[in-house]
Design a binder for this molecule. Structure first.
Ligand code: ADP
Ligand code: MG
Length: 414
């Protein structure tokens, strides 16, 4: 490894060294230390900033971030936000994103991956294989939940748990009821999940950086424990990741909006199952098990990617008054299935079509619509709703037809 002195300086577009902030409460933690070390070795100017030492201000037309009383100005941010400060960390990231600073993971990505229910909803909707899971709010639903996920035994988990805390294996309906009741009484949100017996006591952690898996390991639980978390004294070993596992890990990170993610996969009888996606993955176990310089890969990615900020398209497009993005799920509108875009629209407002795991930009006007398609439309919202409504009713529409209807059948993009 190079020392900082001999390292070349990596410049930004304006010539100066790239300034990187690692948002972390623990400058001495292994992962934070490693990222700092690799950044310095590449000539970056890097600081570790405590996410709890920020103040955020908003005023008309301006947002500002102060760190320990000084203006926070960096080219890139790597958030390492612990579970206990998720809310605050996400608020900080949103502020940083508003200022146009590049961040490795967005607040939105972190937030949705931290809630096991929300994450599995997004994963399932994007056709990623996940264990069957039921969300229970009421004791009367428990027996149904158990049968819905395939019967006993089942895994019970709280939606906000981490490091194996709040994950239980239960073998009888009586035990499940007792446990769930206790959890609901303490205000927890509870999931009942299919137990993947063939994966008992082990799982695979794939470390995704950008669009690829840079390292992977298998984790094994000790003794009779079924949870394989490193923090529960599990052991780690290298693994040769099969192609379908790598692809599932990358897609899971992508649909949750994370550039850097530790994806936990169970080895199911029919292939990988995505269990959860961690937005601040620990680096110690995986660097040691795989021998890969993961921190270096993260810093390389940051240097490559900082030039290209991500935007929230929906929010951006809404800055034009009255305009916005709407999506239309064809499954809810079977009458449009089988017809061509130019048969349903006189002027086509569709700028993207999501089909399976592909996204088609500016689809051809004679594209034939399928049951599983999702249309993504942009334009004046009043006109758009009117034209979509016409299309649903099966009449080709005239561009000038502008009539406001309810929006009960279209949904604004998330
Ligand atoms: N449905 C399941 N079937 C089999 N093992 C599971 C299941 N859910 C969790 N586990 C085991 O428990 C561990 C912790 O579960 P996980 O959902 O990742 O929670 P945490 O966020 O606490 O790590 C997993 O790594 C895995 O070994
Ligand atoms: Mg886990």
């Amino acid at each position: 490894m190079r020392t900082p002195d001999e390292a070349p300086t990596f410049g930004t577009s304006h010539g100066a060294a790239l300034r990187l902030a690692v948002l972390s409460r623990g400058p001495r933690l292994y992962s934070t230390r490693r990222i700092v070390e690799e950044a310095r070795a590449r000539g970056l100017r890097v600081d570790v900033c405590d996410p709890m030492k920020f103040s955020l201000t908003v005023a008309e037309g301006s947002v500002d971030v102060l760190h320990k009383g000084e203006r926070f100005a960096y080219d890139a941010v790597i958030p390492r936000i612990g579970h206990s400060i998720t809310q605050h960390g996400v608020a900080l990231l949103r502020h940083i994103e508003q200022l146009g600073m590049w961040t490795a993971n967005t607040g939105q990505g972190i937030l949705q991956s931290r809630d096991k229910l929300h994450a599995s909803q997004i994963l399932a909707r994007n056709r990623l294989p996940v264990p069957r899971t039921a969300y229970v709010r009421d004791m009367v639903d428990i027996d149904q939940a158990i049968s819905m996920v395939g019967g006993l035994p089942v895994v019970v988990k709280v939606t906000q748990g981490t490091q194996g805390d709040g994950v239980f294996l239960r073998h009888t309906a009586y035990e499940v009821r007792n446990l769930v009741q206790g959890l609901l009484m303490t205000g927890k949100s509870v999931l009942v999940q299919e137990y993947i017996a063939e994966s008992h006591g082990r799982d695979i952690r794939a470390l995704v950086v950008g669009d690829r898996v840079v390292a992977a390991m298998r984790r094994r639980a000790r003794g009779r424990e079924f949870r394989s978390n490193f923090h529960l004294n599990g052991t780690v070993e290298p693994v040769d990741l099969p192609e379908d596992y790598a692809e599932a890990a990358c897609r899971a990170a992508r649909v949750l909006g994370l550039n850097i993610a530790g994806v936990d996969l169970l080895e199911g009888a029919n292939g990988p199952l995505v269990l959860e996606v961690n937005s601040s993955p620990g680096l110690e176990g995986i660097e040691k098990a795989s021998g890969v310089n993961v921190a270096g890969a993260i810093v390389d990615f940051v240097m490559d990617d900082t030039a290209f900020g991500e935007v929230d398209l929906d929010q951006l497009l809404r800055t034009v008054p009255g305009s916005g993005v709407l999506t239309l799920q064809l499954r809810n509108h079977p009458r449009m299935v089988g017809r061509r875009l130019n048969e349903v629209f006189a002027t086509i407002p569709v700028f993207a079509l999501s089909r399976g795991d592909r996204l088609v930009w500016n689809p051809d006007e004679d594209t034939q619509l399928r049951f599983d398609d999702v249309l993504v439309c942009y334009g004046d919202l009043v006109q758009l709703r009117a034209s979509l409504r016409k299309a649903m009713l099966g009449q080709p529409l005239m561009a000038a037809d502008v009539e406001e209807h309810g929006d009960d059948e279209t949904t604004a993009a998330p």
